[in-house]
Structures are given as C-alpha cells and as structure tokens.
Design a protein around this ligand. Structure first.
Ligand SMILES: Cc1cc2nc3c(=O)[nH]c(=O)nc-3n(C[C@H](O)[C@H](O)[C@H](O)COP(=O)(O)OP(=O)(O)OC[C@H]3O[C@@H](n4cnc5c(N)ncnc54)[C@H](O)[C@@H]3O)c2cc1C
Length: 416
C-alpha cells in the first residue's frame, strides 16, 4: 500500500482527512504559538551564532529543557506528538502523509526547540518499538513521545567506536535481572536523560558480533554515574557514563539475548537517516548568510569565492535529492541502505566546504576575535565540524560502506 493509499484508508476509516487534519493543526498552532515572520537575512542584525553544538551552562540546559518539555506535552496532548505511532502505545495511528502535513504547517510557527529529544525519538524510540517487550513499550513510548522523559544512546566505549562490535561493557544474568558493569563514552545528552539504550557483551566466548545484547536502562538506577566531557567549543554536551553493578530487569531486554547487533543496526540506520536527512536540528547555514559574509568584506565578485559558493549550493541541492530518494524508499516500505551513508557524508562534506569558504572570506578574523559581528562567531562552526564528521559513523567508515555496497569494491579484510 502506498502512503497516499494508506492516508486514504485512514480517511475512509473515519479517522480524519488530510484537509481536516491540516485545519486542526492550524487551529492548534494559531491558538498556542506565534507565526514565524518571513525572515530576510540582513548582515549585522540579530544573532550571529552559527555553532553546531549547544554551548550552555547546566542551569541554561535545565531551563531550556523545561520549555521544550512544556511544548512537547502540549503538542502530544493535542494529538500531534506521535502522529504515525500505533494507538496502543500512545500514537495517533495515521500515515506519514499526516506527519508531513504537521511538519509543513508547524514550520510556519515559532515553537520551542525539540532538539533535546532528537536522539531519544529519532533513534531509541524506533528501536524500542521494533525490539522491546510489550511491558517496556507500554512503560516508555508514550512518555518519550510526550516529552516526559529523555532518552540517550549508550553504544560507544573508550576502545570501541567505529568497531562497535568490540565493546566490552558486560551484562551478566542474575535471576530475573541482569547486572551491568563497564564504561560508555561520548553519550550525548546523558546528563538530562532518564533512560538509555545500551548494548552490552553477554557472551565473551561467541564471535564479537554475536555475543552482544541490547537493554533499556534506567539512567537514575543506583550505580549509573554520568560525568560531563568538555568539548573544544566550550560546552559539555557529551558524557562518560560508568555502570557499576547496575541492575536491569530481564523484561528490559531489546530483541534476543546475544541478538544485540541487529538491535544496534536498527538504531544506527535511524541515526544516519536523522543526521543525513537534516534531522536533529543539523543543517547548513542558509546561503544568504554566506553571500552576505562575502559582501561584508567586499569579496562578492571574487571568482574563487563565487566558485566555492556555487559548489556549496549545488552540492546541497544534490544532497537534498538523495535524501528525498531515501525518504521515498521509506515511504514505500523499503529499507534505504547506502543512501543514508551518502546523505550523512554529503552533509559533512558540505560543512567542510562551508568552513573553507568562510576561512577564505575572513582569514585571521576567524580565529582572533575582533568584535566584528558575524566573523569570529564562525570559529564555533569550524570547531564543531570535526564532531559532525565523526558522529553517527565517521566519514571514512561511510566511505567504506559506499565503496563496498555501492561501488562493489573488495571488502576490508576482517580481523582474524
Ligand atoms: C558529536 C558526537 C556525538 C556522539 N554521540 C554519541 C552518543 O550519543 N552515543 C554513543 O554511543 N556514541 C556517540 N558518539 C561516538 C561516536 O559514535 C564515535 O565517536 C564514532 O563511532 C567513532 O568512534 P571513535 O571515536 O572510537 O573513533 P575510532 O573508531 O577510534 O576512529 C578513529 C579514526 O580512525 C578511522 N577509522 C576507524 N575505523 C576505520 C576503518 N575501518 N577504515 C577507515 N578508517 C577508520 C575513523 O574514521 C577515525 O578517523 C558521538 C560522537 C560525536 C563526535
């Protein structure tokens, strides 16, 4: 069944027509949010912040979460929080056509950022829906989509990032519970998270991909310790998370015992889709900002600058088409494969082009603060790009995937 047919079926079942849904969405937003004015970028006006990672104090983080949460709850209670989710877990059971309608209409309004929920809703919740027990789905999905709780992804370890399957955090069965010991690292948002999706080693005697198991862990359980890591941009959005004899009920298993690799792949696929698809608030700065940056130093007619600008715009357009191809596959019920890696790689390649362009435009003013609006602020962007090139699978790993699965190049030699 196509998405449009599914929408028709929903409509026939008396759920709501797309037109009625749109009116309902507009009525809710008109009553609860302000329309976003048509914004024209004017150099020197407004904020010059182009940072990729939040640079907040703990107090700011807590205050912002309260605002995000209040909005998420209001949206959910009005029926727009989990539009495509199954009704039994709190969703509205509509097709993704309706989700797109909501996205389009909501983008016309100024509403609080929901980026703190990005990992939980973009990666953890879909994995819970696909692999968790009914008890866990009932316990967490509605709360996650209503913004009551925040979720994080506990995969990477100090010696296991790209080679995730080599991870060493242990889970040992003890009656109806599992006992977790080990360390995770680079856990985005762990400092405000209530639950985490964790992959642990449950059988060290099996080959590395086969001895892993996924769990949902309570981040407030005794034995969970979150320590912030300060990044070079100044903020601390990542953490080390230590697990010492943390008890997890057997019902909180994701998938099968020793079937954790399949669970991890579900999450990673969603992660790449969400980063490459411009989800999680990650996108390129609008080209108007770049053009005005060149104009601000009188270099708008410089042929090299123009060429760099054109390359960014062209590549962004191409990346957009690739992303739409992946989304169309999802809408048609197919699994997008390498498109996700291509989308992620295109985004980060364009980020690199962007900072190379601003480096050409501003030169030393990018690294020495002259106080001029819109110049030194770009240093935050420049320092954030390496993180984007690593998160969700590094550029090199994405190239390996494309080389092997699209170009048919010989596989990397597997470690013995
Ligand atoms: C912004 C950000 C957010 C993150 N958030 C989370 C999170 O919430 N939860 C979580 O679990 N993790 C998170 N991570 C961790 C992330 O998944 C890992 O950093 C990533 O998988 C790379 O692992 P690593 O850091 O151990 O680097 P390594 O795997 O040690 O890689 C080091 C270098 O070697 C290269 N390399 C490695 N293997 C190959 C290969 N086979 N072929 C070619 N080159 C290779 C890499 O490209 C890289 O340049 C985050 C990372 C960042 C930067």
């Amino acid at each position: 069944m196509t998405v449009t047919e599914a929408a028709d079926t929903n409509a026939e079942a008396g759920v709501t027509t797309p037109e009625a849904f749109e009116s309902e969405a507009r009525a809710f937003l008109d009553a609860n949010a302000k329309k976003r004015p048509v914004e024209t970028f004017v150099w020197g006006q407004g904020s010059d912040d182009v940072s990729l990672f939040p640079e907040k104090t703990q107090a700011e983080e807590v205050a912002d979460l309260a605002v995000s949460r209040a909005w998420a709850q209001q949206v959910f209670d009005a029926g727009f929080g989990w539009i495509t989710g199954p009704a039994e877990y709190g969703g509205r059971g509509l097709s993704s056509d309706y989700q797109r309608i909501w996205g389009r209409v909501a983008s016309e309004y100024r509403t609080p950022s929901q980026s703190i929920y990005g990992i939980g809703l973009g990666m953890v919740a879909p994995t819970i829906l696909a692999h968790a027990t009914d008890e866990v789905k009932q316990a967490y999905l509605r709360k996650m989509w209503r913004g009551d709780i925040v979720g994080c992804q506990l995969f990477s370890e100090p010696s296991s990032g790209s080679d995730l399957a080599s991870l060493q955090t242990r889970a040992v069965k003890d009656g109806d519970e599992w006992i977790l010991n080990g360390q995770k690292v680079w856990t985005s948002g762990a400092q405000v998270s209530d639950i985490g999706e964790i992959i642990c080693r449950t059988d060290p005697d099996l080959p590395k991909h086969r001895g892993l198991t996924g769990f949902v862990v309570d981040m407030h359980a005794p034995g969970v310790e979150v320590r912030p890591l300060r990044q070079m941009t100044g903020g601390a959005s990542f953490n080390e998370v230590f697990f010492t004899d943390v008890r997890v009920p057997h019902s909180h298993l994701l998938g099968e015992v020793n079937g954790g690799w399949t669970v991890a792949l579900t999450t990673l696929m969603n992660e790449r889709a969400s980063i490459g698809g411009g989800g999680g608030g990650v996108s390129l700065p609008p080209s108007a900002r770049l053009i005005e940056a060149a104009r601000s130093v009188g270099r708008q007619d410089d042929p090299l600058i123009r060429q760099q600008l054109a390359e960014i715009v062209i590549n962004e357009r191409v990346a957009g088409y690739t992303n739409r191809r992946a989304m169309a596959k999802i809408a048609a019920g197919q699994l997008p494969g390498p498109e996700m890696s291509l989308g992620k790689l295109s985004l980060t390649a364009n980020m690199v082009r962007t900072y190379e362009l601003v480096s050409s435009i501003f030169g030393p003013a990018l690294v020495a603060d002259t106080g001029a609006w819109g110049t030194y602020a770009w240093s935050q962007y420049l320092m954030g790009v390496p993180g984007m090139r690593i998160a969700g699978g590094s550029d090199e790993v994405m190239r390996n995937i494309l080389g092997e699965r699209v170009l048919g190049l010989p596989k990397e030699p597997a470690p013995k």
